[in-house]
Design a protein around this ligand. Structure first.
Ligand code: ATP
Length: 234
């Protein structure tokens, strides 16, 4: 479904991604684990068209999307949950969800997706008219996930679902993503919480200072000594 080849990226003079090649097959749940500052968010921003790679190709469903902006990528079925959730704080819950559907023209589809989000998270329905800045961190996470679901994505890009959430909410969020994956969604999750990410996913990549250093099934990565030492603790 997605094939990234030989991608480099810079911020100014500083090279933060080097020769990144990753592949995600239709229906897979893939993770990229890595430490703070390894370049995980930058990969996601390049995939979503928010940051421009200096080299490499991004092929999505057989089409080169490297020249498309974020809007066009969403129209092609790529959903994105950014790091730190980034909900529109002055807007209500429902306004946030409707903004999430900005590329969807069909009003019936928008209504259906809105109802589906409210079905998954009844808390959001109760609070549909509440300004999102007054929501708790966990509620904002529900909103960020729901906002991405408003386009019915085929590929969902998730940047650090665990960030700033208490362990129980991390488990809830990951379980929800697993459920969406079981229902057919292809998922790419970048995570610092390697344990949770490797438990949930089929396959994983290890990113170290902008380079992919390992790739394997998640079950084998979990047992790999170097991964255990660097990312999973003793
Ligand atoms: P974290 O897990 O801490 O979010 P990350 O793996 O997502 O880290 P990135 O946010 O992709 O890492 O950052 C990779 C590198 O690029 C870091 O050294 C970071 O300081 C740098 N960087 C990120 N954004 C910018 C920017 N807008 N301008 C300059 N440097 C940046």
């Amino acid at each position: 479904m997605l094939k990234v080849s030989n991608m480099d990226a810079y911020y100014g003079q500083s090279k933060v991604l080097e020769d990144i090649s990753i592949e995600i097959k239709d229906g897979e749940f893939v993770t990229i684990i890595g430490a703070n500052g390894a370049g995980k968010s930058t990969i996601m921003k390049c995939l979503m068209g928010i940051h421009n790679p200096s080299r490499g190709s991004i092929i999505y469903k057989g089409e080169d999307i490297a020249g498309m902006n974020a809007w066009e990528r969403a129209e092609h079925g790529i959903g994105y949950i950014p790091e730190g959730r980034r909900v529109f704080s002055k807007m209500t819950v429902e306004e946030n969800l409707l903004v999430g559907a900005y590329t969807v023209k069909d009003k019936i589809k928008i209504k259906r997706n809105l109802e589906r989000c409210y079905e998954i998270f009844p808390r959001l329905k109760e609070r549909r008219n509440q300004k999102s800045k007054t929501m708790s961190g966990g509620e904002q996470q529900m909103l960020a996930i729901s906002r991405a679901l408003m386009i019915e994505p085929e590929l969902l890009l998730i940047d650090e679902i665990s960030m700033g959430l208490m362990p129980l909410l991390v488990t809830h969020s990951i379980n929800l993503i697993k459920k969406l994956h079981k229902e057919g969604m292809t998922v790419l999750l970048v995570e610092q919480n390697a344990k949770k990410a490797l438990e949930a996913s089929d396959r994983g990549y290890v990113l170290e200072t902008g380079r992919i250093t390992m790739e394997d099934s998640s079950s084998l990565l979990k047992e790999n000594e170097a991964v255990i030492k660097a990312y999973l603790g003793a």
